[in-house]
Design a protein around this ligand. Structure first.
Ligand SMILES: NC(=O)c1ccc[n+]([C@@H]2O[C@H](COP(=O)([O-])OP(=O)(O)OC[C@H]3O[C@@H](n4cnc5c(N)ncnc54)[C@H](O)[C@@H]3O)[C@@H](O)[C@H]2O)c1
Ligand SMILES: O=C(O)[C@H](O)[C@H](O)COP(=O)(O)O
Length: 376
């Protein structure tokens, strides 16, 4: 009688529902991403990572793994050329967390607007890198009435320059948010894209956001640049954060902008679908029975103008100040906090009781909240 050998899958233990989703495909072994080493992957058939495992020859030279999946979008930790040379299948869940990052950035900007007493809709937003995240942010910012300047040379070359601005012009926007990959060579390399010279062109009234990758902005130069606010989710030397930059930033967080529940789950299920296809196995749905319940309906207690009301609603979905406090109080919590990150849901998962402010209702719909007339 022939006996089938069970396949072995090594999966980062921050991949949600790993055993429930991938379990029928083989023996799932969960390890912290930073502990996945050459020995751990020697006899595995599939390796599924997030961003904390360097996937390269040093890791895989003696490994049987024929399939490598990444449940995140950044590619700077993956040696794709090596994977292709060694004929391993590679898939990464592009776009899985774009909405999460865009929501995080807009939420942080609303918090800042309320704190500093300005109307966010009157500000211009310069988006550098207009891919999955940048496009999502553009749609949400425009829903608030913000004017967007878009910088994306690869897209401008492919699609025509009309919709895009030069980097120097984009850097004149009131708020600048970077959303490029981190790359070290080629015409569009982004390492220190915002270097000392570019940062020197900024004015003290401007605001900067980095929820893309540390290293796209020269961190040492950023510390020397006086701005109205800095919002920093991604750092040059993670998990070590620069204490000077942390101290002078309005909001800091441990690289969690893309960590909504839906984004993490999408990362898992996109890789799962691809792996099932690669191994020619049917997909199973049983794991969906254990998903959390829908969040309760959000109801505003008192009518305020739209910006304060919107912030109050967003604060019901996610207290992003907690992410700041977690590492501000003790920067050594950076990695543990993000690995055990509290669940929060994206806006489309929330229902909000319709308000008497029609402008706010329209904005809420444009931001994908579900409006309902009853509180239950
Ligand atoms: N903080 C987080 O948790 C988090 C979550 C998701 C993504 N990210 C990071 O955000 C970045 C964007 O993610 P995405 O999913 O939108 O990626 P994407 O590939 O969809 O988009 C990136 C865009 O940047 C453009 N680009 C490349 N080089 C450029 C340059 N020199 N100048 C301007 N534009 C350039 C590309 O043409 C593309 O349109 C990535 O670095 C990713 O790793 C961070
Ligand atoms: O690249 C990405 O997709 C994001 O930066 C992602 O949120 C990183 O997730 P991590 O593996 O670091 O938890």
């Amino acid at each position: 009688m022939s006996q089938t050998v069970q396949r072995k899958l090594i999966i980062d233990d921050a991949v949600p529902y790993a055993k429930a989703i991938f379990g029928h495909l083989g023996n799932v072994i969960s390890l912290p991403g930073r502990d996945i080493d050459a020995q751990a992957v020697e006899t595995c058939d599939a390796l599924i990572v997030r961003s904390r495992t360097q996937v390269n020859q040093a890791l895989l030279a003696n490994s049987n793994a024929q399939y490598i999946g990444s449940t995140v979008v950044g590619l700077d930790h993956i040696d794709q050329a090596y994977l292709s040379e060694t004929k391993r299948q590679f898939y990464s869940a592009q776009g899985c967390n774009a909405n999460s990052v865009a929501e995080f950035v807009l939420h942080a900007l609303l918090l800042l607007a309320e704190k500093q007493g300005f109307d966010l809709s009157s500000k211009s937003l310069g988006i550098i890198g207009v891919g999955h995240v940048g496009k999502c942010l553009q749609q949400k910012a425009q829903a608030l009435g913000m004017r967007c300047l878009l910088n994306d040379p690869p897209r401008a070359r492919a699609e025509g320059t009309q919709a895009f601005s030069h980097l120097n012009e984009t850097l004149q926007a009131d708020i600048i948010s970077v959303h490029t990959p981190l790359t070290f060579d080629g015409a569009d390399k982004t390492y220190h894209l915002l270097d000392r010279a570019k940062l020197a062109t900024l004015k003290p009234e401007q605001i900067i956001v980095n929820a893309a990758r540390g290293g796209i902005i020269d961190e040492a130069a950023l510390i020397d640049t006086v701005l109205a606010a800095k919002i920093i989710d991604c750092w040059e030397n993670e998990p070590h954060i620069n204490p000077d930059l942390a101290a002078q930033s309005f909001l800091i967080s441990p690289h969690i902008a893309g960590h909504s529940f839906e984004a993490k789950l999408a990362g898992s299920t996109m890789v799962y679908a691809d792996l099932c296809h690669f191994w020619q196995q049917p997909q199973q749905q049983d794991w969906q029975q254990n998903l959390p319940e829908k969040p309760a309906i959000i109801e505003l207690s008192e009518a305020q103008e739209w910006q304060s009301s919107l912030l109050a609603i967003l604060q019901n979905t996610h207290l992003i100040q907690n992410d700041d406090q977690a590492i501000r109080s003790d920067p050594t919590h950076f990695e543990t906090y993000r690995r055990h990150y509290p669940v929060h849901h994206e806006w489309h998962m929330h229902r909000v009781k319709e308000t008497r402010n029609q402008k706010l209702n329209e904005i809420l719909r444009a931001l994908n909240f579900t409006l309902c007339s009853e509180s239950k």
